[in-house]
Design a protein around this ligand. Structure first.
Ligand SMILES: Cc1cc2nc3c(=O)[nH]c(=O)nc-3n(C[C@H](O)[C@H](O)[C@H](O)COP(=O)(O)O)c2cc1C
Length: 153
């Protein structure tokens, strides 16, 4: 199965409170789940960086909704690529608070995976490796503290 992966960065039109982000996520997760899209949203309440993966049509539909939102601006697509691997299959749009420095670094990293056509296993691009390392670190921390699902962070 070939999935589509899409990553973008954006800037909040106005800084969003935890409550506002929670409300946004509620709708986002409902829609994403209904079309089979998973991923992760990193933010520092001002900057966003989101990674979406799933069936190509479904990712495009989510992207339509994302890009139509007046909540953010300066949307920059960092990556839009077919992939054989879902990196966040268990994450029904995880949401993680991240330091501004990490968001900056991710926005400037290399996202594209050089597609090895004959090879099924693709290596992770530097940006994807960094994103996954951060997400897994937060997840482990949350589980260690036994504070419940990392998806509600
Ligand atoms: C940073 C950010 C991330 C978003 N991520 C998603 C998403 O993953 N899935 C989705 O359906 N909509 C996403 N949206 C779009 C809004 O959630 C969408 O406008 C909302 O679900 C529909 O809201 P409305 O009923 O207020 O129009 C995102 C918006 C922003 C600003």
């Amino acid at each position: 199965m070939t999935w589509l992966a899409l990553a973008y960065s954006s800037t909040a039109t106005q800084p969003m409170s935890a409550v506002e982000i929670g409300q946004l996520l509620l709708k986002a997760r409902m829609f994403n789940a209904s079309v089979g899209v998973s991923g992760v949203l990193l933010h520092d309440s001002r900057q966003f960086l989101q990674y979406l993966e799933g069936p190509p049509d479904a990712v495009e539909r989510v992207w339509q909704r994302v890009s139509a939102s007046p909540r953010h601006q300066q949307l920059t697509v960092l990556m839009r690529e077919p992939t054989e691997t879902r990196l966040f299959a268990d994450w029904q749009m995880g949401c993680l608070e991240a330091p501004a420095s990490l968001l900056q670094r991710l926005a400037n990293e290399q996202w594209r995976i050089a597609m090895a056509v004959a090879e099924r296993r693709q290596p992770l691009s530097p940006a994807l490796a960094l994103l996954r390392q951060f997400a897994q670190g937060v997840q482990r921390e949350a589980l260690g503290k036994n504070s419940g699902s990392p998806l509600i962070l």
